[in-house]
Design a protein around this ligand. Structure first.
Ligand code: HEM
Length: 168
């Protein structure tokens, strides 16, 4: 059982690395290149294909984080009943976990909005008329949702460290 737990924590951390690293790569490498090169056909295609490919990888990571996270809680002795009782949430571990789960919930909602609504809409508008006001505002909205998610991901990472090591 301990080996399974260690494999779960390894998978949990690896999923966090791939997901957060991928978001930073898109924002710090792909984004500036596309902005510098303007919205020529090739770059719109690059954004679209990178976005679609990372969508699959990102959701796989988020799902792995959820599944391994639940397993780690079970391994630590928490069960379904604990979720509805006071003691867990009154403990320091429980308070940090609660904050982490709220932030993760917002990340899931924003990711769904970005990946399945705003993002695809922005890409279609950019293909139709990249200079249109609607295309630019949808693209800006998609970028801002992406940035907020990155900040939330860093916040979750900080909470995760405190989950194990305690508050400062
Ligand atoms: C965006 C999603 C998430 C990210 C980026 C994330 C990140 C991390 C990281 C980096 C650690 C390792 C911390 C360390 O060893 O210092 C960790 C630990 C942990 N995470 Fe998450 N996590 C996420 C979602 C979740 C979810 C949804 C749950 C619960 C359902 C969860 C439960 C846990 C638990 C219980 C640990 C402690 C592991 C242990 O026993 O050592 N995490 N998380």
């Amino acid at each position: 059982m301990r080996t399974l737990y260690l494999v779960s924590v390894f998978t949990h951390i690896l999923s966090a690395i791939i997901w957060i690293g991928g978001m930073f790569f898109l924002a710090l490498v792909v984004g500036p290149i596309v902005r510098r090169q303007g919205s020529g056909g090739l770059f719109v295609q690059l954004v679209r294909e990178a976005g679609v490919r990372f969508r699959l990888i990102g959701w796989t990571c988020l799902l792995m984080l959820l599944l391994t996270g639940i397993f780690q809680l079970v391994y630590r002795g928490y069960g379904w009943a604990d979720l509805w009782s006071g003691p867990l949430w009154q403990s320091q571990f429980g308070k940090v976990l609660a904050l982490k789960l709220v932030a993760v919930g917002i990340i899931f909602l924003l990711s769904a909005l970005h990946d399945f609504s705003i993002g695809p809409r922005a890409t279609v508008l950019m293909q139709e008329n990249p200079e249109s006001r609607e295309a630019k505002s949808m693209r800006r909205l998609a970028s801002w949702i992406g940035r907020i998610n990155m900040l939330l991901a860093l916040f979750v990472l900080f909470l995760a460290l405190m989950l194990i090591r305690g508050l400062p």
